[in-house]
Design a binder for this molecule. Structure first.
Ligand code: NAD
Length: 511
Protein backbone atom coordinates (compact mmCIF):
# COMPACT_ATOMS: atom_id res chain seq x y z
CA UNK A 1 0.00 0.00 0.00
CA UNK A 2 1.37 3.43 -0.85
CA UNK A 3 1.48 5.68 2.13
CA UNK A 4 -0.17 9.08 1.80
CA UNK A 5 1.93 11.84 3.35
CA UNK A 6 0.31 15.29 3.29
CA UNK A 7 2.34 18.07 1.73
CA UNK A 8 3.58 20.91 3.87
CA UNK A 9 3.87 19.05 7.17
CA UNK A 10 5.55 21.23 9.82
CA UNK A 11 9.22 20.58 10.63
CA UNK A 12 8.38 20.76 14.33
CA UNK A 13 5.14 21.07 16.31
CA UNK A 14 5.46 23.98 18.74
CA UNK A 15 3.46 25.57 21.50
CA UNK A 16 1.51 28.76 20.76
CA UNK A 17 1.77 31.25 23.61
CA UNK A 18 0.79 34.93 23.62
CA UNK A 19 0.46 35.04 19.85
CA UNK A 20 3.72 33.29 19.02
CA UNK A 21 4.83 29.76 18.14
CA UNK A 22 7.52 28.76 20.64
CA UNK A 23 9.54 25.72 21.69
CA UNK A 24 9.62 24.44 25.24
CA UNK A 25 11.64 26.62 27.59
CA UNK A 26 13.93 23.66 28.28
CA UNK A 27 13.87 22.37 24.67
CA UNK A 28 12.12 19.04 25.49
CA UNK A 29 10.37 17.20 22.65
CA UNK A 30 8.47 13.96 22.03
CA UNK A 31 8.00 11.73 18.98
CA UNK A 32 4.82 11.82 16.93
CA UNK A 33 3.95 8.75 14.82
CA UNK A 34 1.51 8.19 12.02
CA UNK A 35 -0.67 5.10 12.53
CA UNK A 36 -0.25 3.62 9.05
CA UNK A 37 3.55 3.30 9.16
CA UNK A 38 4.12 3.79 12.89
CA UNK A 39 7.13 5.88 11.92
CA UNK A 40 8.01 9.10 13.68
CA UNK A 41 7.19 11.88 11.25
CA UNK A 42 7.77 14.90 13.47
CA UNK A 43 8.92 16.02 16.90
CA UNK A 44 6.57 18.02 19.07
CA UNK A 45 7.51 20.37 21.88
CA UNK A 46 6.95 18.59 25.21
CA UNK A 47 5.55 21.18 27.57
CA UNK A 48 6.71 21.19 31.18
CA UNK A 49 5.66 23.22 34.19
CA UNK A 50 7.70 26.22 32.96
CA UNK A 51 5.78 26.24 29.65
CA UNK A 52 2.42 25.95 31.39
CA UNK A 53 3.47 28.84 33.67
CA UNK A 54 4.24 30.96 30.61
CA UNK A 55 0.98 30.10 28.90
CA UNK A 56 -1.12 30.70 32.00
CA UNK A 57 0.61 34.04 32.63
CA UNK A 58 -0.24 35.13 29.05
CA UNK A 59 -3.82 33.94 29.40
CA UNK A 60 -4.15 35.63 32.77
CA UNK A 61 -2.86 38.92 31.37
CA UNK A 62 -5.27 38.72 28.44
CA UNK A 63 -8.06 38.12 30.90
CA UNK A 64 -7.29 40.85 33.43
CA UNK A 65 -6.04 43.53 31.02
CA UNK A 66 -7.24 42.55 27.55
CA UNK A 67 -10.28 43.44 25.51
CA UNK A 68 -11.73 39.95 25.01
CA UNK A 69 -13.65 39.51 28.30
CA UNK A 70 -14.95 43.08 28.02
CA UNK A 71 -16.28 42.98 24.48
CA UNK A 72 -19.95 43.11 23.68
CA UNK A 73 -21.32 39.63 22.93
CA UNK A 74 -22.00 40.75 19.35
CA UNK A 75 -18.33 41.64 18.84
CA UNK A 76 -17.17 38.30 20.18
CA UNK A 77 -19.84 36.58 18.13
CA UNK A 78 -18.44 38.14 14.93
CA UNK A 79 -14.99 36.76 15.72
CA UNK A 80 -16.46 33.32 16.42
CA UNK A 81 -18.32 33.32 13.10
CA UNK A 82 -15.08 34.22 11.34
CA UNK A 83 -13.41 31.30 13.12
CA UNK A 84 -16.19 29.01 11.83
CA UNK A 85 -15.64 30.42 8.32
CA UNK A 86 -11.91 29.75 8.66
CA UNK A 87 -12.48 26.15 9.69
CA UNK A 88 -14.96 25.57 6.87
CA UNK A 89 -12.64 27.13 4.30
CA UNK A 90 -9.94 24.57 5.06
CA UNK A 91 -12.07 21.57 5.99
CA UNK A 92 -10.41 19.36 3.38
CA UNK A 93 -6.92 20.22 4.60
CA UNK A 94 -7.96 19.73 8.20
CA UNK A 95 -9.43 16.34 7.40
CA UNK A 96 -6.27 15.34 5.53
CA UNK A 97 -4.02 16.20 8.48
CA UNK A 98 -6.38 14.65 11.00
CA UNK A 99 -6.61 11.44 9.00
CA UNK A 100 -2.83 11.27 8.65
CA UNK A 101 -2.29 11.79 12.39
CA UNK A 102 -5.17 9.70 13.81
CA UNK A 103 -5.94 7.00 11.21
CA UNK A 104 -9.60 8.05 11.05
CA UNK A 105 -11.24 7.43 7.67
CA UNK A 106 -11.06 10.61 5.58
CA UNK A 107 -14.82 10.93 5.01
CA UNK A 108 -15.43 10.77 8.76
CA UNK A 109 -12.60 13.21 9.50
CA UNK A 110 -14.20 15.64 7.04
CA UNK A 111 -17.52 15.35 8.89
CA UNK A 112 -15.72 16.08 12.15
CA UNK A 113 -14.03 19.17 10.69
CA UNK A 114 -17.43 20.54 9.67
CA UNK A 115 -18.82 19.78 13.09
CA UNK A 116 -15.94 21.78 14.60
CA UNK A 117 -17.01 24.82 12.55
CA UNK A 118 -20.60 24.26 13.61
CA UNK A 119 -19.61 24.33 17.28
CA UNK A 120 -18.22 27.85 16.82
CA UNK A 121 -21.25 29.01 14.86
CA UNK A 122 -23.59 27.61 17.46
CA UNK A 123 -21.98 29.45 20.38
CA UNK A 124 -21.60 32.61 18.29
CA UNK A 125 -25.38 32.60 17.93
CA UNK A 126 -26.08 31.55 21.49
CA UNK A 127 -24.21 34.38 23.20
CA UNK A 128 -26.08 37.10 21.33
CA UNK A 129 -29.39 35.46 22.20
CA UNK A 130 -28.36 34.93 25.83
CA UNK A 131 -30.70 36.42 28.44
CA UNK A 132 -30.15 36.20 32.17
CA UNK A 133 -32.64 35.88 34.98
CA UNK A 134 -34.22 38.81 36.78
CA UNK A 135 -36.50 38.34 39.79
CA UNK A 136 -38.86 40.95 41.15
CA UNK A 137 -40.21 41.08 44.70
CA UNK A 138 -43.05 43.60 44.23
CA UNK A 139 -42.37 46.88 45.95
CA UNK A 140 -39.24 45.61 47.68
CA UNK A 141 -36.49 44.25 45.49
CA UNK A 142 -35.22 43.60 42.02
CA UNK A 143 -32.60 40.90 41.70
CA UNK A 144 -30.63 40.17 38.58
CA UNK A 145 -27.95 37.76 37.45
CA UNK A 146 -24.69 39.35 36.40
CA UNK A 147 -23.02 36.65 34.33
CA UNK A 148 -19.24 36.90 34.17
CA UNK A 149 -16.44 34.94 32.52
CA UNK A 150 -14.37 33.12 35.13
CA UNK A 151 -10.76 33.51 34.00
CA UNK A 152 -8.25 31.13 32.49
CA UNK A 153 -9.88 27.86 31.46
CA UNK A 154 -7.65 24.77 31.19
CA UNK A 155 -8.83 22.49 28.37
CA UNK A 156 -7.49 18.93 28.21
CA UNK A 157 -8.56 16.79 25.28
CA UNK A 158 -8.20 13.19 23.98
CA UNK A 159 -6.91 11.83 20.68
CA UNK A 160 -10.11 10.54 19.13
CA UNK A 161 -11.46 13.26 16.80
CA UNK A 162 -8.96 15.71 18.35
CA UNK A 163 -9.81 18.89 16.42
CA UNK A 164 -13.56 18.47 16.86
CA UNK A 165 -13.29 17.74 20.57
CA UNK A 166 -11.04 20.77 21.01
CA UNK A 167 -13.68 22.94 19.31
CA UNK A 168 -16.25 21.60 21.71
CA UNK A 169 -14.41 23.23 24.61
CA UNK A 170 -12.77 26.18 22.85
CA UNK A 171 -16.02 27.54 21.41
CA UNK A 172 -18.01 27.96 24.65
CA UNK A 173 -14.94 28.92 26.73
CA UNK A 174 -14.04 31.72 24.31
CA UNK A 175 -17.63 32.72 23.54
CA UNK A 176 -18.22 33.52 27.20
CA UNK A 177 -15.14 35.75 27.41
CA UNK A 178 -12.63 33.47 29.11
CA UNK A 179 -9.06 33.01 28.00
CA UNK A 180 -7.71 29.49 27.57
CA UNK A 181 -4.77 27.13 27.71
CA UNK A 182 -5.36 24.04 25.57
CA UNK A 183 -3.40 20.82 26.19
CA UNK A 184 -4.19 18.44 23.30
CA UNK A 185 -3.54 14.69 23.41
CA UNK A 186 0.06 13.68 22.81
CA UNK A 187 -0.80 10.91 20.32
CA UNK A 188 -2.34 13.44 17.92
CA UNK A 189 -0.96 16.97 18.23
CA UNK A 190 -0.86 17.85 14.51
CA UNK A 191 -4.18 19.58 13.88
CA UNK A 192 -4.28 21.67 17.08
CA UNK A 193 -1.65 24.10 15.73
CA UNK A 194 -4.07 25.07 12.96
CA UNK A 195 -6.21 26.87 15.52
CA UNK A 196 -3.47 29.46 16.00
CA UNK A 197 -3.67 30.84 12.47
CA UNK A 198 -7.43 30.44 12.23
CA UNK A 199 -7.87 32.43 15.44
CA UNK A 200 -5.37 35.09 14.47
CA UNK A 201 -6.99 35.65 11.10
CA UNK A 202 -10.40 35.84 12.74
CA UNK A 203 -9.19 38.63 15.01
CA UNK A 204 -8.84 36.87 18.35
CA UNK A 205 -6.47 39.00 20.45
CA UNK A 206 -3.05 37.55 21.38
CA UNK A 207 -2.94 35.70 24.69
CA UNK A 208 -6.60 34.68 24.59
CA UNK A 209 -5.79 31.27 23.08
CA UNK A 210 -2.67 29.45 24.23
CA UNK A 211 -1.63 25.96 23.26
CA UNK A 212 0.84 23.79 25.16
CA UNK A 213 1.66 20.39 23.71
CA UNK A 214 3.05 17.60 25.82
CA UNK A 215 2.40 14.54 27.90
CA UNK A 216 -0.52 14.26 30.27
CA UNK A 217 1.67 13.53 33.28
CA UNK A 218 3.80 16.62 32.57
CA UNK A 219 1.98 19.43 30.75
CA UNK A 220 -1.53 18.22 31.67
CA UNK A 221 -0.59 17.73 35.30
CA UNK A 222 0.98 21.21 35.56
CA UNK A 223 -2.14 22.79 34.06
CA UNK A 224 -4.43 21.00 36.52
CA UNK A 225 -2.24 22.09 39.45
CA UNK A 226 -1.80 25.72 38.37
CA UNK A 227 -3.37 28.02 40.97
CA UNK A 228 -4.36 30.64 38.35
CA UNK A 229 -6.51 28.20 36.37
CA UNK A 230 -9.89 28.05 38.13
CA UNK A 231 -11.59 25.78 35.56
CA UNK A 232 -10.62 22.46 34.01
CA UNK A 233 -12.67 20.93 31.24
CA UNK A 234 -11.41 17.41 30.60
CA UNK A 235 -12.35 14.69 28.13
CA UNK A 236 -10.60 11.36 28.39
CA UNK A 237 -10.48 8.12 30.32
CA UNK A 238 -12.34 7.67 33.58
CA UNK A 239 -9.09 6.73 35.35
CA UNK A 240 -7.43 9.97 34.24
CA UNK A 241 -10.54 11.85 35.34
CA UNK A 242 -10.12 10.43 38.83
CA UNK A 243 -6.49 11.57 38.98
CA UNK A 244 -7.41 15.06 37.78
CA UNK A 245 -10.27 15.23 40.26
CA UNK A 246 -7.82 14.49 43.09
CA UNK A 247 -5.22 16.95 41.84
CA UNK A 248 -7.77 19.75 41.42
CA UNK A 249 -9.30 19.17 44.87
CA UNK A 250 -6.87 21.31 46.91
CA UNK A 251 -7.73 24.26 44.63
CA UNK A 252 -11.50 23.57 44.59
CA UNK A 253 -11.51 24.04 40.82
CA UNK A 254 -14.57 23.92 38.65
CA UNK A 255 -14.50 20.60 36.79
CA UNK A 256 -16.34 19.31 33.78
CA UNK A 257 -15.53 15.73 32.83
CA UNK A 258 -16.53 13.70 29.81
CA UNK A 259 -15.18 10.22 30.45
CA UNK A 260 -15.33 6.66 29.16
CA UNK A 261 -18.26 4.52 28.12
CA UNK A 262 -19.51 1.00 27.47
CA UNK A 263 -22.85 1.92 26.04
CA UNK A 264 -25.58 -0.63 25.37
CA UNK A 265 -27.64 -0.91 22.20
CA UNK A 266 -30.80 -2.83 23.14
CA UNK A 267 -32.69 -4.50 20.30
CA UNK A 268 -36.19 -5.79 21.05
CA UNK A 269 -37.92 -8.36 18.87
CA UNK A 270 -40.44 -5.79 17.61
CA UNK A 271 -37.73 -3.47 16.24
CA UNK A 272 -37.06 -2.78 12.58
CA UNK A 273 -34.30 -5.39 12.35
CA UNK A 274 -32.51 -4.08 9.26
CA UNK A 275 -32.38 -0.54 10.61
CA UNK A 276 -31.14 -1.84 13.96
CA UNK A 277 -28.37 -3.87 12.31
CA UNK A 278 -27.24 -0.90 10.18
CA UNK A 279 -27.26 1.45 13.14
CA UNK A 280 -25.48 -0.88 15.55
CA UNK A 281 -22.80 -1.63 12.94
CA UNK A 282 -22.21 2.09 12.46
CA UNK A 283 -22.50 2.69 16.21
CA UNK A 284 -19.43 0.67 17.07
CA UNK A 285 -17.32 0.66 13.90
CA UNK A 286 -17.52 4.34 12.92
CA UNK A 287 -14.51 6.42 13.99
CA UNK A 288 -12.62 3.09 14.15
CA UNK A 289 -14.59 2.25 17.29
CA UNK A 290 -12.57 4.96 19.03
CA UNK A 291 -15.71 6.69 20.09
CA UNK A 292 -16.82 7.46 23.63
CA UNK A 293 -20.49 6.88 22.81
CA UNK A 294 -19.88 3.65 20.84
CA UNK A 295 -22.66 1.10 21.26
CA UNK A 296 -20.09 -1.55 22.18
CA UNK A 297 -22.52 -3.95 23.88
CA UNK A 298 -25.51 -5.13 21.87
CA UNK A 299 -28.30 -6.75 23.87
CA UNK A 300 -30.74 -8.68 21.69
CA UNK A 301 -34.08 -10.27 22.60
CA UNK A 302 -33.79 -14.07 22.48
CA UNK A 303 -36.51 -14.68 19.85
CA UNK A 304 -34.54 -12.73 17.19
CA UNK A 305 -31.08 -13.39 18.61
CA UNK A 306 -29.82 -15.99 16.14
CA UNK A 307 -31.11 -14.08 13.13
CA UNK A 308 -29.61 -10.84 14.43
CA UNK A 309 -26.19 -12.38 15.13
CA UNK A 310 -26.07 -13.98 11.71
CA UNK A 311 -26.97 -10.78 9.86
CA UNK A 312 -24.72 -8.69 12.04
CA UNK A 313 -21.67 -10.91 11.62
CA UNK A 314 -22.16 -11.10 7.86
CA UNK A 315 -22.38 -7.32 7.58
CA UNK A 316 -19.43 -6.73 9.93
CA UNK A 317 -17.30 -8.91 7.63
CA UNK A 318 -18.20 -6.62 4.72
CA UNK A 319 -17.13 -3.40 6.50
CA UNK A 320 -14.31 -1.96 4.42
CA UNK A 321 -11.02 -1.72 6.27
CA UNK A 322 -8.45 0.31 4.41
CA UNK A 323 -6.07 3.19 3.97
CA UNK A 324 -7.54 6.01 6.06
CA UNK A 325 -7.07 8.45 3.15
CA UNK A 326 -9.16 6.35 0.76
CA UNK A 327 -12.75 7.70 0.60
CA UNK A 328 -14.06 4.11 0.34
CA UNK A 329 -12.55 3.18 3.72
CA UNK A 330 -14.99 2.62 6.56
CA UNK A 331 -12.52 1.53 9.27
CA UNK A 332 -8.97 2.90 9.16
CA UNK A 333 -5.95 2.36 11.40
CA UNK A 334 -6.03 2.69 15.19
CA UNK A 335 -4.31 5.75 16.52
CA UNK A 336 -1.09 4.40 17.99
CA UNK A 337 0.76 1.08 18.46
CA UNK A 338 0.18 1.22 22.24
CA UNK A 339 -3.56 1.51 21.71
CA UNK A 340 -3.45 -1.17 19.01
CA UNK A 341 -1.79 -3.56 21.50
CA UNK A 342 -4.49 -2.80 24.05
CA UNK A 343 -7.34 -3.46 21.59
CA UNK A 344 -5.65 -6.65 20.31
CA UNK A 345 -5.26 -7.91 23.87
CA UNK A 346 -9.04 -7.58 24.30
CA UNK A 347 -9.58 -9.48 21.06
CA UNK A 348 -7.57 -12.36 22.56
CA UNK A 349 -9.42 -12.11 25.89
CA UNK A 350 -12.70 -12.17 23.99
CA UNK A 351 -11.83 -15.45 22.30
CA UNK A 352 -11.94 -17.11 25.73
CA UNK A 353 -15.03 -15.22 26.88
CA UNK A 354 -17.40 -15.30 23.90
CA UNK A 355 -18.06 -16.89 20.50
CA UNK A 356 -16.07 -15.16 17.76
CA UNK A 357 -18.33 -14.62 14.73
CA UNK A 358 -16.40 -11.98 12.76
CA UNK A 359 -12.90 -10.56 12.65
CA UNK A 360 -10.64 -11.55 15.49
CA UNK A 361 -7.29 -10.01 14.57
CA UNK A 362 -5.38 -8.26 11.84
CA UNK A 363 -7.34 -8.10 8.57
CA UNK A 364 -5.85 -9.92 5.59
CA UNK A 365 -3.63 -7.82 3.35
CA UNK A 366 -2.51 -5.43 6.11
CA UNK A 367 0.79 -6.77 7.43
CA UNK A 368 1.75 -3.44 8.99
CA UNK A 369 -0.01 -0.47 10.55
CA UNK A 370 -2.53 -0.48 13.39
CA UNK A 371 -5.31 -2.32 11.55
CA UNK A 372 -7.90 -4.42 13.38
CA UNK A 373 -10.64 -6.33 11.54
CA UNK A 374 -14.14 -5.40 12.78
CA UNK A 375 -14.56 -8.01 15.48
CA UNK A 376 -17.81 -9.47 16.80
CA UNK A 377 -18.25 -11.73 19.81
CA UNK A 378 -21.62 -13.37 20.47
CA UNK A 379 -22.95 -15.08 23.65
CA UNK A 380 -20.87 -12.80 25.86
CA UNK A 381 -21.73 -13.20 29.57
CA UNK A 382 -22.25 -10.12 31.69
CA UNK A 383 -19.20 -10.71 33.88
CA UNK A 384 -16.85 -10.98 30.86
CA UNK A 385 -14.14 -8.33 30.66
CA UNK A 386 -15.16 -7.55 27.07
CA UNK A 387 -18.67 -6.82 28.40
CA UNK A 388 -17.49 -4.67 31.32
CA UNK A 389 -14.41 -2.78 30.13
CA UNK A 390 -14.04 -0.02 27.55
CA UNK A 391 -12.02 -1.36 24.60
CA UNK A 392 -12.24 1.77 22.41
CA UNK A 393 -11.74 -0.09 19.16
CA UNK A 394 -13.76 -1.98 16.51
CA UNK A 395 -14.83 -4.77 18.86
CA UNK A 396 -18.39 -5.52 19.94
CA UNK A 397 -20.01 -7.92 22.42
CA UNK A 398 -23.49 -9.36 21.73
CA UNK A 399 -25.59 -10.85 24.55
CA UNK A 400 -29.13 -12.30 24.51
CA UNK A 401 -31.92 -11.40 26.95
CA UNK A 402 -35.36 -12.85 27.72
CA UNK A 403 -37.32 -10.01 29.32
CA UNK A 404 -37.39 -6.22 29.62
CA UNK A 405 -36.22 -6.55 33.21
CA UNK A 406 -33.24 -8.65 32.22
CA UNK A 407 -32.36 -6.26 29.39
CA UNK A 408 -32.38 -3.36 31.86
CA UNK A 409 -30.25 -5.24 34.36
CA UNK A 410 -27.69 -6.05 31.65
CA UNK A 411 -27.76 -2.50 30.28
CA UNK A 412 -27.12 -1.02 33.73
CA UNK A 413 -24.71 -3.69 34.91
CA UNK A 414 -21.47 -1.85 34.14
CA UNK A 415 -19.66 1.01 35.86
CA UNK A 416 -20.22 3.38 32.92
CA UNK A 417 -23.32 5.35 31.96
CA UNK A 418 -22.69 7.51 28.90
CA UNK A 419 -25.15 6.60 26.12
CA UNK A 420 -27.84 4.01 25.38
CA UNK A 421 -29.54 3.11 22.11
CA UNK A 422 -32.94 1.42 22.19
CA UNK A 423 -34.61 -0.30 19.28
CA UNK A 424 -38.33 -1.05 19.66
CA UNK A 425 -41.59 0.06 18.09
CA UNK A 426 -43.49 -0.23 21.35
CA UNK A 427 -44.01 3.33 22.57
CA UNK A 428 -44.50 2.55 26.25
CA UNK A 429 -41.58 0.18 26.43
CA UNK A 430 -39.34 2.68 24.63
CA UNK A 431 -40.04 5.47 27.10
CA UNK A 432 -40.07 3.31 30.21
CA UNK A 433 -36.78 1.73 29.22
CA UNK A 434 -35.23 5.06 28.25
CA UNK A 435 -36.15 6.59 31.59
CA UNK A 436 -34.84 3.63 33.61
CA UNK A 437 -31.56 3.11 31.82
CA UNK A 438 -28.51 4.60 33.56
CA UNK A 439 -27.16 6.74 30.74
CA UNK A 440 -26.64 10.45 30.26
CA UNK A 441 -27.97 10.27 26.70
CA UNK A 442 -30.49 7.93 25.10
CA UNK A 443 -31.36 7.47 21.46
CA UNK A 444 -34.62 5.73 20.54
CA UNK A 445 -34.60 4.02 17.15
CA UNK A 446 -31.71 6.19 16.13
CA UNK A 447 -28.04 6.43 15.84
CA UNK A 448 -25.98 8.97 17.69
CA UNK A 449 -27.33 12.13 16.06
CA UNK A 450 -27.00 15.04 18.43
CA UNK A 451 -28.60 18.47 18.39
CA UNK A 452 -26.06 20.91 19.84
CA UNK A 453 -28.65 22.38 22.20
CA UNK A 454 -29.11 19.15 24.15
CA UNK A 455 -27.17 18.27 27.31
CA UNK A 456 -24.11 16.12 26.74
CA UNK A 457 -22.66 14.14 29.61
CA UNK A 458 -22.52 10.82 31.36
CA UNK A 459 -23.57 9.38 34.69
CA UNK A 460 -21.65 6.98 36.97
CA UNK A 461 -18.02 6.59 35.79
CA UNK A 462 -18.79 8.32 32.48
CA UNK A 463 -18.62 11.89 33.62
CA UNK A 464 -19.28 14.80 35.83
CA UNK A 465 -21.59 17.63 34.84
CA UNK A 466 -23.16 18.42 31.53
CA UNK A 467 -22.02 20.51 28.61
CA UNK A 468 -24.00 21.38 25.49
CA UNK A 469 -25.98 24.53 24.76
CA UNK A 470 -26.65 26.73 27.78
CA UNK A 471 -25.04 24.18 30.09
CA UNK A 472 -21.66 24.97 28.58
CA UNK A 473 -22.32 28.67 29.11
CA UNK A 474 -23.13 27.90 32.75
CA UNK A 475 -19.90 25.97 33.22
CA UNK A 476 -17.72 28.73 31.79
CA UNK A 477 -19.37 31.62 33.67
CA UNK A 478 -20.09 32.77 37.19
CA UNK A 479 -23.65 33.82 37.87
CA UNK A 480 -23.41 36.63 40.37
CA UNK A 481 -26.71 37.53 42.06
CA UNK A 482 -27.15 41.28 42.48
CA UNK A 483 -29.92 42.36 44.90
CA UNK A 484 -31.39 45.87 44.78
CA UNK A 485 -33.72 47.29 47.40
CA UNK A 486 -36.57 49.33 45.98
CA UNK A 487 -38.64 50.27 49.06
CA UNK A 488 -37.64 51.38 52.50
CA UNK A 489 -34.60 49.65 53.91
CA UNK A 490 -35.95 46.63 55.72
CA UNK A 491 -33.44 46.01 58.47
CA UNK A 492 -33.69 44.24 61.77
CA UNK A 493 -31.76 46.77 63.88
CA UNK A 494 -28.98 45.45 66.05
CA UNK A 495 -27.10 47.34 68.77
CA UNK A 496 -29.49 50.23 69.43
CA UNK A 497 -31.16 48.88 72.58
CA UNK A 498 -30.32 49.87 76.17
CA UNK A 499 -28.27 47.24 77.97
CA UNK A 500 -30.54 44.67 79.67
CA UNK A 501 -30.62 40.99 80.64
CA UNK A 502 -29.13 38.50 78.23
CA UNK A 503 -32.52 36.96 77.50
CA UNK A 504 -35.15 39.17 75.96
CA UNK A 505 -38.63 38.29 77.28
CA UNK A 506 -40.16 39.63 74.02
CA UNK A 507 -38.10 37.37 71.80
CA UNK A 508 -40.25 34.30 71.08
CA UNK A 509 -37.30 32.19 69.91
CA UNK A 510 -34.19 33.11 71.93
CA UNK A 511 -31.74 30.62 70.26
P1 NAD B 1 -6.58 9.91 28.38
O1 NAD B 1 -7.33 10.03 29.65
O2 NAD B 1 -5.42 8.99 28.34
O3 NAD B 1 -6.00 11.33 27.94
C1 NAD B 1 -6.83 12.45 27.73
C2 NAD B 1 -6.02 13.71 27.93
O4 NAD B 1 -5.62 13.80 29.29
C3 NAD B 1 -4.73 13.77 27.11
O5 NAD B 1 -4.53 15.08 26.65
C4 NAD B 1 -3.69 13.40 28.13
O6 NAD B 1 -2.41 13.91 27.83
C5 NAD B 1 -4.24 14.05 29.37
N1 NAD B 1 -3.75 13.49 30.64
C6 NAD B 1 -3.34 12.22 30.90
N2 NAD B 1 -2.94 12.11 32.18
C7 NAD B 1 -3.11 13.32 32.75
C8 NAD B 1 -2.88 13.84 34.06
N3 NAD B 1 -2.39 13.09 35.04
N4 NAD B 1 -3.16 15.14 34.31
C9 NAD B 1 -3.67 15.93 33.33
N5 NAD B 1 -3.89 15.50 32.06
C10 NAD B 1 -3.62 14.21 31.79
O7 NAD B 1 -7.66 9.55 27.29
P2 NAD B 1 -7.40 9.19 25.75
O8 NAD B 1 -6.86 7.80 25.72
O9 NAD B 1 -6.67 10.31 25.10
O10 NAD B 1 -8.88 9.22 25.16
C11 NAD B 1 -9.73 8.13 25.14
C12 NAD B 1 -10.74 8.21 26.29
O11 NAD B 1 -11.50 9.41 26.20
C13 NAD B 1 -11.75 7.09 26.28
O12 NAD B 1 -11.95 6.61 27.59
C14 NAD B 1 -13.02 7.76 25.77
O13 NAD B 1 -14.24 7.14 26.14
C15 NAD B 1 -12.88 9.11 26.36
N6 NAD B 1 -13.71 10.07 25.65
C16 NAD B 1 -14.84 10.54 26.25
C17 NAD B 1 -15.67 11.43 25.58
C18 NAD B 1 -16.91 11.94 26.22
O14 NAD B 1 -17.41 12.95 25.78
N7 NAD B 1 -17.44 11.30 27.26
C19 NAD B 1 -15.33 11.86 24.28
C20 NAD B 1 -14.18 11.35 23.69
C21 NAD B 1 -13.37 10.47 24.39
Amino acid sequence: MTRHIPEGLPDRIRHFIDGEFVDSVGGETFDVLDPVSNETYVQAAAGQKADIDRAVAAARRAFTEGSWPRMLPRERSRVLHRIADGVEAQDARLAELETFDTGLPITQALGQARRAAENFRFFADLIVAQADDTYKVPGRQVNYVNRKPIGVAGLITPWNTPFMLESWKLAPALATGNTVVLKPAEFTPLSASLWADIFREAGLPDGVFNLVNGLGEEAGDALVKHPDVPLISFTGESRTGQIIFGNAAPFLKGLSMELGGKSPAVVFADADLDAAVDATIFGVFSLNGERCTAGSRILVERSIYDEFVEKYAAQAKRVVVGDPHDPKTEVGALVHPEHYEKVMSYVEIGKAEGRLVAGGGRPEGFPTGNYVAPTVFADVPKDARIFQEEIFGPVVAITPFDSDAEALELANGVKYGLAAYIWTNDLKRAHNFAQAVEAGMVWLNSNNVRDLRTPFGGVKASGLGHEGGYRSIDFYTDQQAVHITLGAVHNPTFGKQEHHDETDPDDPDPR
